[in-house]
Write a new protein. Structure first.
Length: 99
């Protein structure tokens, strides 16, 4: 059972870094630091966008419009942090107490 909790925590940690990469890549695009027509940059950008956009899009629909400021990645990162803490501090001890 411990392996299941480790796997869930690792997946959430990996997704945390994918969201961070999405934010950094969007800044690099905005300030023309990277060339989006480069095949490698385009592939990485497409992967990061495809991985994060389903959740970020849902958050953007719920959040009020703040103009050009997009805080949906911050909300998603807080959600991931909450899930990791909740699983590790609440669910995991409860499951192991029942075993």
């Amino acid at each position: 059972m411990s392996a299941v909790f480790w796997l869930i925590d690792s997946i959430l940690g990996l997704y945390w870094w994918i969201v961070i990469a999405s934010v950094v890549l969007s800044w690099l695009y905005a300030f023309n630091v990277v060339n989006p027509s480069n095949p490698f940059v385009r592939a990485v950008g497409q992967f990061v966008h495809d991985a994060t956009e389903p959740l970020l899009g849902r958050i953007r629909r719920i959040m009020p419009n703040l103009g050009s400021i997009d805080i949906s990645p911050i909300v998603l990162l807080f959600g991931i942090m909450f899930l990791r803490i909740f699983i590790n501090d609440t669910i995991r001890p409860t499951v192991f107490r029942m075993l």
